[in-house]
Design a protein around this ligand. Structure first.
Ligand code: FES
Length: 162
């Protein structure tokens, strides 16, 4: 079933997906571009979209799943509006990745890889985000770095993201 978290109806979403696919019809080499744009459109890559993409590009569904599961960037499950990436690189791990993750789990009630029921947040654990001097750190939406985290700061930080 075609649904998304925005205002699109099922038919409209399918039409928009077809517009993304059209320039690549019969071209298996366009798979990554199509998947990237499809995920931007829908928010994740549901099975119905993968079937449609595989058929149009002349690939098997297995081929498409192989690519989607290879790249961490792609998601087969709905994602929240805000992505929390907790760093588990060495510096952060030593200084408190476990505490940060535990606190977020307690505040939001989700484990890494899960999305809150209100689709507000998705939690993931990542490698070094390049802010080792701020360990332990997390980055939200790929742009907002929050560092030197203490458990009591985390609820206030998350409140900033409606
Ligand atoms: S180890 Fe966490 S930012 Fe580098």
């Amino acid at each position: 079933m075609a649904t998304c978290s925005c205002c699109c109806g099922e038919d409209e979403l399918t039409k928009q997906l077809d517009k993304i696919i059209d320039p690549y019809r019969g071209q298996p080499g366009g798979l990554i571009q199509v998947l990237t744009k499809a995920q931007e459109l829908i928010g994740y890559l549901p099975k119905w979209a993968l079937i449609r993409i595989a058929k149009a590009l002349g690939l098997s569904l297995q081929d498409v799943y192989g690519v989607v599961t290879f790249y961490a960037f792609f998601s087969l499950i709905p994602r929240g509006r805000h992505k929390i990436s907790v760093c588990a690189g060495t510096a952060c791990y030593v200084k408190g990745t476990k505490m940060v993750t535990k606190t977020i789990r307690e505040v939001l009630g989700i484990k890494p890889g899960q999305t809150t029921p209100d689709s507000r947040f998705t939690l993931e654990i990542v490698r070094c985000i390049g802010a080792c001097g701020l360990a332990p750190a997390m980055i939200i939406d790929g742009k907002d770095v929050h560092g030197r985290l203490e458990p009591e700061q985390i609820p206030q930080i998350l409140e900033q993201y409606a």
